[in-house]
Design a protein around this ligand. Sequence first.
Ligand SMILES: Nc1ncnc2c1ncn2[C@@H]1O[C@H](COP(=O)(O)OP(=O)(O)OP(=O)(O)O)[C@@H](O)[C@H]1O
Ligand SMILES: [Mg+2]
Length: 368
Amino acid sequence: MTLVQNHESPLHQSMPPLEILFGKTPAMQSVRNKLEKVAETDVPVLIQGESGTGKEICVRMLHAFSMRAAGSLVKVSCPAIPHSLIETELFGYERGAFTGAHSTKLGRVEQAHQGTLFLDEVGSLDLSVQSKLLQVLQDGTFVRVGGHEPRSIATRLVSASNGDLRAQVDEGTFRLDFLFRINAVTINLPPLRQRIADLPILIDYFIEHYARAFKQTPELLSKSAVKLMQNYHWPGNIRQLENLIRSYVLIGSEEALVAELMPETQRTGGITTELDLSEPVSLKRITKQATQDLERQIILKVLQANSWNRQKTAKWLQISYRSLLYKLSEAGMPEVPSRPIRAPHLLRKDEEQRGLKQTPVSSRSRLY
Ligand SMILES: Nc1ncnc2c1ncn2[C@@H]1O[C@H](COP(=O)(O)OP(=O)(O)OP(=O)(O)O)[C@@H](O)[C@H]1O
Ligand SMILES: [Mg+2]
């Protein structure tokens, strides 16, 4: 199948054009070839890549080009659901299954019937839940919590991971048989630094996109800024690039953009005890800020040392994966796909009526 966008479909409208998505580097061409081969089939697909490389967009494409495109694309952000709730969230429950279960509730698996079930960060699922999902993959059946009747569903499973699932198998936190089932086909998304030849078209695309969204007419970036961007390592990948360009279009300062790309220590000058004593100082505020800065720098270093793998990083730092995700989001690195920021007066009439909320521009400093 050759991928062709259908501009009438809302699913396609929310994606950048295919020539931007795939660019021209060989690594992305091979991603495109794989997508073309598997989109129409029902085989489970595993998408792997660092944070911000476009895993979610790839899942949306797989669904949009599948024979289940008319059904729902149901996303499960596995680490975001507390362990105690994941089973009922996925498989639903029968009335009376537990105190408070006043009526039957459909789980996400059932909601994805005739559509696509997307397990994001699949590596964070408990072994017991993996076993239940394995059953769904083996014979298309499951049982609601508190129920006895096996139910059949037809859905396509797509999973995403930014960690090393094979290593998790070795550690005993991921089932090998489940891994074999979910990765009938694996698509590896290259980090942005390995497809740097696509950087200029991505920059142009995001500038144009946000210029239109914010009704701005930004200056073109200077050659030296583009060169700096080409030599940068892009730990946050396309999401980081998109955030950077969005701020640039809004604020219009190339200096601010360049400063963001400087190493953290160069920007902050490290922790300092130099104080402006012309006015009272709040010891609490200063030490809190210093601790946060130090945490951010350490997390950044450990992330870098672990090739931006968040699971390994959490282990190295001896904190839970959840608390690492929390710290990352505190530092301003989004854990959810970023949505275009639009000032309320720039919302289209139909969006205003639907009550589309404005995403606030974060005033916190970014990790990257
Ligand atoms: N190839 C691409 N072309 C244009 N924009 C892209 C591309 N890939 C990703 N993006 C944009 O970058 C942002 C991040 O993409 P996405 O959410 O798909 O990444 P992800 O791999 O799921 O990240 P995470 O692991 O952090 O969840 C989105 O706003 C998306 O629209
Ligand atoms: Mg994602």
